[in-house]
Write a protein of this length. Structure first.
Length: 698
């Protein structure tokens, strides 16, 4: 790749606290786990970069928006070290798409009712989208102020439709993946500053179907990695590019470590195996310069029928077909919205971005000529049904966990394989941003914290997949992976009932005082209520069995064999049970155990629905209603026009620590000088009205 070190063209739009598929307090929980202050500072820094680049561009007379020789809209994005302009362009071609996301809908095969209600995705794209399209049903907003000169474009309109278009038009053929969700749209100019600000407010997912018109810039990818590291619930999804092959054609920003790069394939009506998945010829091939798996995943991007601006100047209802990785990326974004919603319905909280990414790649269907990842399909074809099942069955045949590792630490877990399907274990982590690329095709790993995953049983150690860097177009190999921040081990034919030990450790010293990581496991033995055991346990064998209530054992444990039985209520050894001299037999009265099956007992969880607060409940105060902001701890709140009420201050953990009444006053003084620097929420409650404002104490 050609390397372009660049100054990013960004703009900043400070927003009030937003809710993304959660209540106000749920939003505060996400913000409380994000580095909000540093995200705001990042946003400010990119605003300053924007002003410098924009001023320089105007002095040079550069076009801020132009058409390529192929008629594609190009947006000024920044400039190189030698002061040359950088432009980004949309990544589309003509056609349509389908998705297995429909298995989560009402009437789908999973018995769920997940359509994206109250979920919000950010869409950064080349130009403005047509917000009044009938299929959006007033759920799509253009967030940046493009003014009266704003021009609607088919590309962003189509992308937003692929995510969120209603099922009520054209007999549902333009239905988006999360067809009841919301979209916040932005023009690509100033993406970094806007993304940092939205992530500080709790944004979970964003879509980026654009790329540099030339060259490579891990600088840009590194900046997005930094945002995702400081906002651990936020995941960016990128079109991998339409450069085709044979290798090394990935859209530069799609080389992000912490985000997802999406390739394009033809429609798959019935997946029967890897040969069912056919790559689009235009879809860019990887890997990244440092040998990471790129693209990460693929989705249908050929012939996608969705919303467009319309015909002529009236902007009447419009629909049309496009193809490209621009279309496959929003298919993934919309699908991931559904998975976040389903996870929240089950667990009453959202997944970290590393969990969501790891889950998507863990459950992807195999594609390509060889097992494991490759530079065309990444980890495979996204499979919403398998991912949703892993969430539903967490604590049974699957296991999803969010953990952390300190320097010198070791994470271990024992797993019991069902034997009826492959045993698959994945870890994924949001890594610190790597050093920006300084030379062409620099193979230096961008990985900062290098975690290592291993499975072992009976003296055999199993290693994760990685690309063979001596033959990147050939089959992947298994070994120590020091490139990717996702590691996946697959045992195609595990022994039923066999105990496998999972270990996670690391190389060197972990930066930033440790590393959070996510664990996803499938192929585990299910915990049944009662189990009858009649089969003999042979020499040099270990038989682990478990049940939530009763185990009835009538079998023989032979010399040199071991039997370990767990039951919640009782283990009964009746006529026929024999433990031969020299064998080992242990019985435990405890429910299905994390120690042996990586699971918890079955739990009935209520469905949780999240609603965005309506304007009459939460009203944003104007910018001048609280001053000074930022401030050193003394703030003034204008309450003129409100008869009486209270002013409250809440920290980002959702805890209220200041409450002061007012009546017939012009202003009210707030003193929080003794609080730590950071972001706080002011809430003015008067009657049935609630007014809010985010403040920053320095």
């Amino acid at each position: 790749m050609n390397i372009l070190k660049y100054y990013v063209l960004t703009s900043l739009l400070f927003l009030s606290t937003c809710s993304y598929s959660q209540t106000f307090m749920e939003g505060q929980k996400i913000m409380g786990k994000s580095d909000v202050l540093k995200l705001k500072l990042l946003s400010t820094r990119h605003k300053e970069n924007y002003n410098r680049a924009l001023t320089f561009a105007k002095k040079r007379g550069w076009d801020l928006r132009k058409l390529s020789k192929d008629g594609v809209v190009m947006i000024f994005y920044g400039m190189t070290d030698n002061f040359q302009p950088i432009y980004v362009e949309s990544l589309n071609r003509n056609s349509g798409i389908t998705s297995r996301a429909n298995t989560l809908y009402s009437g789908g095969s999973l018995g769920l009712s997940v359509h994206g209600e109250s979920m919000t995705a950010g869409v950064w794209d080349v130009g403005a989208l047509r917000v009044n399209h009938e299929a959006y049903e007033n759920r799509v907003i253009q967030m940046d102020n493009l003014g009266s000169a704003a021009v609607y474009y088919d590309h962003p309109t189509h992308v937003a439709g692929t995510i969120a278009a209603s099922d009520k038009f054209l007999n549902g053929i333009v239905r988006g993946m999360a067809y009841k969700s919301n979209v916040h749209g932005y023009d690509v100019g100033g993406d970094l500053g806007e993304v940092a600000n939205e992530a500080a407010g709790g944004l979970l997912l964003s879509n980026h179907s654009y790329g540099a018109s030339e060259g490579s810039m891990y600088y840009g990818a590194s900046n997005f990695d930094e945002v995702m590291y400081k906002a651990p619930f936020y995941l960016s999804v990128w079109a991998c590019g339409n450069g085709g092959g044979p290798i090394d054609k990935i859209n530069p920003n799609a080389t992000v470590k912490n985000g997802l790069a999406v390739g394009s394939v033809h429609k798959v009506l019935n997946y029967l195996g890897p040969s069912s998945v056919i790559a689009s010829t235009f879809s860019s091939r990887g890997p990244s310069d440092d040998g990471r798996v790129k693209p990460d995943i693929v989705a249908m991007g050929d012939t996608v029928f969705s919303t467009i601006v319309g015909v002529g100047g009236t902007y009447g209802p419009g629909y049309g077909g496009l193809s490209g990785t621009s279309m496959s990326a929003p298919s993934v974004t919309g699908t991931l919205l559904l998975l976040q919603q389903h996870y929240a319905n089950v667990n009453s909280n959202f997944m970290r971005a590393s969990t969501l990414k790891g889950l998507a790649l863990h459950t992807a269907d195999e594609a390509g000529l060889y097992p494991g990842p490759d530079i065309t399909f990444g980890w495979g074809l996204i499979n919403a049904e398998k991912a949703a099942n892993a969430i539903t069955n967490n604590g049974g045949v699957s296991y999803i966990s969010e953990d952390s590792l300190a320097t010198g630490g070791l994470y271990t877990r024992e797993l019991v394989a069902s034997g009826s399907e492959p045993l698959v274990a994945t870890i994924c982590w949001t890594d610190l941003p790597g050093s920006p690329t300084a030379i062409d095709n620099d193979p230096t790993p961008k990985l900062v914290n290098d975690l290592d995953l291993r499975l072992s049983a009976n003296g055999t150690t199993y290693y994760p997949w990685k690309l063979d860097l001596s033959n990147v177009t050939g089959p992947a190999i298994q070994g120590d992976n020091n490139r990717d921040n996702i590691e996946k081990i697959e045992i195609p034919n595990p022994v039923a009932g066999q105990v496998y030990t999972l270990r996670v450790n690391h190389k060197g010293t972990l930066a930033d005082n440790g590393q959070r990581f996510s664990v996803i496991i499938t192929g585990l033995e299910e915990c049944v209520v009662n189990r009858n055991i009649a089969s003999s346990v042979n020499t040099i064998s270990v038989d682990h069995q478990q049940a939530s209530s009763t185990i009835l054992a009538t079998n023989t444990v032979n010399t040199g064999a071991e039997a370990v039985y767990h039951a919640g209520d009782q283990v009964l050894m009746t006529d026929g049970f024999t433990a031969v001299n020299g064998s080992v037999y242990r019985a435990y009265i405890e429910a299905c155990s994390d120690d042996y099956a990586a699971r918890k007992g079955a739990v009935e969880r209520p469905v949780v629905t999240y609603n965005i607060p309506t304007p009459d409940k939460e009203i944003t105060l104007t910018d001048d209603a609280v001053y000074p902001n930022p401030g050193n701890g003394i703030f003034n709140v204008k309450v003129a026009g409100l008869h009486e009420g209270t002013v409250r201050v809440i920290n980002l953990n959702g805890n209220e620590f200041f409450n002061k009444k007012f009546k017939d006053q012009q202003e009210l003084n707030i003193d929080i000088k003794n609080e730590t620097p950071g972001m706080y929420i002011i809430r003015v409650v008067s009657g049935s009205k609630v007014y809010t404002k985010t403040i920053m104490k320095f």
